[in-house]
Design a protein around this ligand. Structure first.
Ligand code: ADP
Ligand code: MG
Length: 341
């Protein structure tokens, strides 16, 4: 069973969405629907599965339906048609009490504009979800301090949000989401308001945290580089339609249509392709010269080891974090992977 399953979800905004549904199902476009009926198609027949412990990135241009999609998961939005299953439970079947319970214990959300309480300290902000869960102050503070530590904000626990930079405020938002210890984290353009360097730093921090926590993360962005860096799978939305779902490798190597191609065209491949994506497995590596190899970690991005490999004219031996050999990349393949499309 998948952690999250979305089946044939339609969302139409307007006065009488159900009346417009047949037109959408018969294939009218978002533009036609708007012109003829004044309704806006938010999602058009979206189906996807998100597995436990993965980071699923949902990407698309502004207005493509990303926020609409993520808000269906914790039922901030009800679908016009279709079903949303979380751990096999249809979220539409939850009554008011069960829904509150579900939002407090199953899913936490990190927002683009941080969503912090200005009159609460960092510690109180981080502990807010725990307070909602009914935890006592002592316990709240203990857990909150652990999470403040995990996001590198030690020493700032008694400050107020307006005393912190944007990047630090976003760390508070992240710590708050981590504190409730929900299995599922929803992140809607969580890093989009940050400066590039701080953003890259936050991405790294999320990758590091996720390698330990193994939460199910649904991460929304309009940025392909960010998608490729963070996502185990990426779903690409265009005008409410899901046009492609795939691993970063599949998206880069086989873009499904012109819309995806336009995204992929300018990507810095060295920054987003990991060693494990282009390596040959052991059983495909018999003929590779292993006399002059440099070890690289399977999760390293090409740019981290490219200069060293090129300068020493060696091949890569790809290892996991325990040092076990997983595969090889030849010097030639490494270089050609940067230009293939
Ligand atoms: N509450 C709403 N009422 C009417 N239209 C909406 C509403 N929310 C979103 N939309 C429309 O649905 C489409 C998808 O919006 P959204 O999910 O916010 O896109 P994204 O998050 O990808 O930028 C857009 O055309 C938007 O204008
Ligand atoms: Mg949005």
């Amino acid at each position: 069973m998948s952690k999250i399953e979305i089946n044939n979800v339609y969302k139409i905004f307007g006065n009488n969405p159900k009346s417009v549904l047949p037109m959408v199902k018969e294939g009218s476009t978002k533009d036609e629907i708007l012109e003829k009926t004044g309704h806006t198609v938010g999602l058009d027949n979206v189906s996807l599965k998100i597995e436990e412990g993965e980071t699923f990135v949902c990407m698309g241009l502004s207005g493509s339906g990303k926020s609409t999609l993520i808000r269906h998961l914790n039922r901030l939005i009800d679908p016009t048609d279709g079903e949303i299953l979380v751990e096999g439970t249809n979220v539409m079947s939850l009554d008011k009490e069960k829904l509150i319970e579900f939002r407090r214990h199953k899913m936490s959300m990190v927002f683009q504009r941080f969503g912090l309480f200005p009159h609460k300290t960092v510690l109180q902000n981080v502990g807010y979800g725990l307070e909602m869960q009914g935890k006592a102050e002592n316990e709240r503070n203990k857990i909150s301090m652990e999470k403040i530590d995990a996001v590198g904000l030690n020493g700032f626990e008694n400050q107020y949000p307006n005393q912190l930079s944007g990047g630090m405020q976003q760390r508070v938002g992240l710590a708050r989401a981590l504190a409730t210890d929900t299995d599922i984290m929803l992140m809607d353009e969580a890093f989009s308001a940050l400066d590039p360097l701080i953003r890259s730093d936050m991405q790294k921090q999320l990758i590091d945290l996720q390698s330990e926590l193994k939460k199910t993360i649904v991460f929304i962005t309009h940025d392909l580089d960010e998608s490729l860096r963070l996502g185990d799978h990426i779903g690409i939305l265009n005008s409410g339609k899901l046009v492609q779902v795939g691993t970063p490798e599949e998206i880069i190597m086989h873009p499904a249509d012109d819309y995806v191609k336009a995204f992929v065209k300018d990507v810095n491949r060295a920054k987003v392709i990991k060693a494990k994506i282009i390596m040959k497995n052991l059983n495909e590596s018999e003929n590779i010269d292993k006399s002059n190899v440099i070890k690289v970690n399977e999760d390293q991005f090409i740019e981290e080891f490219l200069p060293q490999i090129v300068c020493s004219d060696s091949n890569c031996e790809v290892v996991d974090k325990n040092g076990n050999i997983k595969g090889y990349i030849t010097n030639q393949e490494l270089q050609s992977s940067l230009t293939k499309s």
